[in-house]
Design a protein around this ligand. Structure first.
Ligand code: F6R
Length: 608
C-alpha cells in the first residue's frame, strides 16, 4: 500500500528516487511523484499512472530538477481517485510530505484547518496532515512534527521536508513500516529494504513515536519530545539479485522458479535428527500438547496456506484447527482463549487486518506464533513467538513462493504437533519429515515437466469468461489458491468449489465448453472426484484434470490433463500448486495482462 523513498546525499537524487520507487511499485502503482530541494524551493513532479507511463514521461518533458535530496511516493489510492492532484508529494511550497497509511480523523483536521484559513485541493486524507504540519511550523521542525503526531489518528509512514530546512528529510511512522538506510555519507528512507538494496544493506528500523532526521550531517533519531534515541544498525541478508528479474520475463516466473530453494531454506534449518525442531522460538512439545485448539489466521494466499494446514494438522495431530480470514476474526468476538494457539501467517508482516487479528489474540491471552517472511516486520515483532519463512523478497504482487513456504511450514508444524500429542510415533514423524525434505526436488520436476502442459492448458483458458476449480479434501483446500492466482492476474472469473458440493447449486453454471479444472491428487477420494468430473463433463464442461502421472482417470471424462510428479498424497498440494501457478501465469501472459502488477491490487495491504 503505497511506497515511500527518500534520499539525502551528494549525488543527483532524481534517478535514485525514481529507481527506488520502481522497486516499490508492487506496493501501489496508481500514481507516483517526487519532491526535491531545487535551489531555494521545493520542486514537485508527480503524475497519474505507473512510473514508466506517468512520472518518467513528465520528467523527460519538464526536465529533471538538479538536486541532491528529496522524497518520493508511489500510490495505491485510498482517499481520492488516482489523479495528478491526488498524487503525492502533497504540500504547499513550504512543507511537502509523502504518506503511506490512512489518517482517520482527516475530516476533523480539515474542518479545523479550513477555519484557520487553509484551502484544500486534493481529495486525500494526506493533505490534512501536510497542512497541519504547515500550521504548526514556526521554524522548529521537531516541534511541528511532534504536535502533528499527537493530532493524527490512524496509520502513517511519512516523510516530511520543509523548504527552509534544506537537504533535510524527516520521517515518522505509526503502524505502517519505514526503514532508514545508511550509505557512505548518504541516508536513505524506504518502506522496505528492497528499494535501497542496490545502495546499502545497512539500515535502522524506525519505531513509533520516533522521528528520523536524515541530513547532510548524518542520520539522527529523536523521540517525540526531541530527546536523542540510540538505535541498532541492522544488516539485511537479502542481496540485490533477489530484487531483480535475473533474466526472467516477470518476477512471478522468477519466483516460481525460486520455489525449490525457498522451501529448502525454510524447512532444512528446522530439522534436527530427522524431526522438526522449533527451539528457535520456544514452541515446546509441552506447549503443543497442552493447546486446546489451533487458530490459523491470515488474508488471501496466506489464509489459503492455513487451509492446507488445517487438513494436515487435523489429519496428523487430531487437534481442532479453525482457519480464519483476519478481517473476519477481528470483528466477530472470536471464541479464542488463553488455552489456544493462534498461528498468524503473513508474507509482508504488515497486513493491517492480520496485524489487528494478532493484537486481538494477544490481548485475549492466546499464545501467538507468527509465520512471517519479512524479518523485523510488525507482525514478527508483535507476536509472542516468531518463525521466519526464508523465501527472500517476493516482488510480484501475486504470491507464489511465499505461499509455498507458508504451506511447507504448515507441514512442519503439523508433524511437530502430532509428535507432541503422540498421534504419530518418531518413525512416522521421520518418514514424513523426509518426504517434506524431498519436496524441493519434486517442485523442480514439476516446473520442468509440466511447463508445456500448463502452457497448453492456458491456451484453452485464455478466452474463457468464467471457470471452476474443483477438488475434495486437500485438493479443495489447494484449489482455492489456484483459483485466486488465475483471477488475480488474468482477470478471468473463477471459483473454487468442493467437488461434492457442486450439485447443491453451482453446477447450474456449467454449460458447453465452460472450463473446469479438476484437481485429483488424493487417492482415497479419487473415485468420488471422478464422479463429480463426470457430472460436469456430461453437461458440456471442458475438463482439465490435474493429477499424478500414474493416476488412471477415465479419458472420456477429461479433455486434457496435467501430469504431476509423484509423492505421498498428503504432500501433493506443495507440488500441485506449482502447476496451478503456471496455468495462471501463462494464461495471463497469453492475455497480455500485466502479470507482476495486476490492476487494482498492491502487495502489502497496510490499510484495512
Ligand atoms: C495473492 C496475495 C495476497 C496476499 C495477502 C496477504 O497472490 O498475494 O492474497 O497473500 O494480501 O498478504 P501477507 O501475506 O503479506 O499478509
Amino acid at each position: 500500500m503505497c511506497g515511500i523513498v527518500g534520499y539525502v546525499g551528494k549525488e543527483e537524487c532524481v534517478d535514485i528516487l525514481v529507481n527506488a520507487l520502481k522497486r516499490l511499485e508492487y506496493r501501489g502503482y496508481d500514481s507516483a511523484g517526487i519532491a526535491v530541494f531545487e535551489k531555494d524551493r521545493l520542486k514537485t513532479v508527480k503524475a497519474k499512472g505507473k512510473i514508466s507511463e506517468g512520472l518518467e514521461h513528465l520528467l523527460e518533458n519538464v526536465g529533471k530538477p538538479h538536486a541532491t535530496s528529496g522524497i518520493g511516493h508511489t500510490r495505491w489510492a485510498t482517499h481520492g481517485e488516482p489523479s495528478d492532484v491526488n498524487s503525492h508529494p502533497i504540500g504547499n511550497g513550504r512543507v511537502s510530505i509523502v504518506h503511506n497509511g490512512i489518517i482517520e480523523n482527516y475530516r476533523e483536521l480539515k474542518d479545523f484547518l479550513t477555519a484557520h484559513g487553509y484551502g484544500f485541493e486534493s481529495e486525500t486524507d494526506t493533505e490534512a496532515a501536510a497542512k497541519l504540519l504547515d500550521y504548526y511550523y514556526n521554524g522548529d521542525p521537531i516541534e511541528a512534527i511532534s504536535r502533528t503526531m499527537k493530532d493524527l489518528e490512524g496509520s502513517y509512514a511519512m516523510e516530511i521536508i520543509f523548504r527552509d530546512r534544506k537537504n533535510c528529510v524527516y520521517a515518522i511512522r505509526k503502524e505502517s513500516p519505514l526503514i532508514v538506510g545508511k550509505g557512505d555519507g548518504e541516508g536513505y528512507i524506504a518502506s522496505d529494504i528492497t528499494a535501497i538494496l542496490e545502495h546499502t544493506r545497512e539500515y535502522y528500523l524506525l519505531e513509533q513515536n520516533e522521528i528520523a532526521i536524515v541530513s547532510e550531517s548524518g542520520i539522527e533519531f529523536v523521540d517525540d519530545h526531541g530527546f536523542p534515541v540510540e538505535k541498532e544498525l541492522k544488516t539485511a541478508d537479502w542481496d540485490i539479485s533477489a530484487a531483480q528479474k535475473g533474466g526472467y520475463e516477470h518476477f512471478m516466473l522468477k519466483e516460481i522458479h525460486e520455489q525449490p530453494q525457498a522451501v529448502r531454506n525454510t524447512v532444512s534449518p528446522r530439522i534436527k535428527d530427522g524431526l522438526p525442531c522449533f527451539d528457535e522460538c520456544g514452541l515446546t512439545d509441552d506447549k503443543l500438547a497442552a493447546y486446546d485448539r489451533i487458530f490459523i489466521i491470515g488474508c488471501g494466499s496466506a489464509m489459503h496456506a492455513g487451509m492446507v494446514g488445517k487438513y494436515v494438522i487435523e489429519e496428523l495431530a487430531r487437534k481442532p484447527v479453525i482457519v480464519d480470514i483476519a478481517s473476519e476474526f477481528r470483528y466477530r468476538t472470536p471464541l479464542i482463549t488463553d488455552k489456544d494457539l493462534a498461528v498468524i501467517i503473513s508474507q509482508s508482516g504488515e497486513t493491517a487486518d492480520t496485524k489487528a487479528a494478532l493484537a486481538l489474540a494477544n490481548q485475549i491471552g492466546a499464545d501467538t506464533l507468527a509465520i512471517v517472511n519479512v524479518v523485523g516486520s510488525s507482525i514478527a515483532r508483535e507476536a509472542k513467538m516468531v518463525m521466519y519463512t526464508n523465501a527472500g523478497p517476493e516482488i510480484s504482487v501475486c504470491s507464489t513462493k511465499a505461499y509455498v513456504v507458508q504451506t511447507a511450514f504448515m507441514y512442519l508444524l503439523a508433524i511437530k504437533i502430532a509428535l507432541a500429542n503422540k498421534t504419530i510415533d518418531n518413525q512416522r514423524g521421520m518418514a514424513l519429515t523426509k518426504a517434506l525434505s524431498d519436496i524441493p526436488e519434486k517442485i523442480g520436476q514439476c516446473i520442468e515437466n509440466c511447463r508445456e502442459e500448463c502452457q497448453y492448458a492456458a491456451s484453452r483458458l485464455q478466452n474463457a469468461d468464467s471457470l471452476l476449480y474443483i477438488g475434495r479434501g486437500l485438493d479443495y483446500a489447494l484449489s482455492m489458491e489456484g483459483s485466486l492466482k488465475l483471477k488475480e492476474i488474468s482477470y478471468i472469473h473463477s471459483e473454487s468449489y468442493a467437488a461434492g458440493e457442486l450439485k447443491h447449486g453451482t453446477i447450474s453454471l456449467v454449460e458447453t465448453d465452460m472450463p473446469v479444472i479438476a484437481v485429483a491428487t488424493q487417492s482415497a477420494l479419487l473415485e468420488k472426484t471422478v464422479s463429480n468430473v463426470k457430472e460436469v463433463k456430461s453437461r458440456g464442461a471442458m475438463v482439465i484434470a490435474v493429477a499424478r502421472k500414474s493416476t488412471v482417470i477415465d479419458p472420456t471424462c477429461v479433455d486434457y490433463r496435467i501430469n504431476l510428479p509423484e509423492t505421498e498424497d498428503l504432500f501433493m498440494p506443495l507440488i500441485t500448486v506449482v502447476a496451478l501457478q503456471m496455468i495462471a501465469y501463462y494464461t495471463a501472459v497469453l492475455k497480455g495482462c500485466d502479470v507482476d502488477m495486476p490492476r487494482n491490487l498492491a502487495k502489502s495491504v497496510t490499510v484495512e
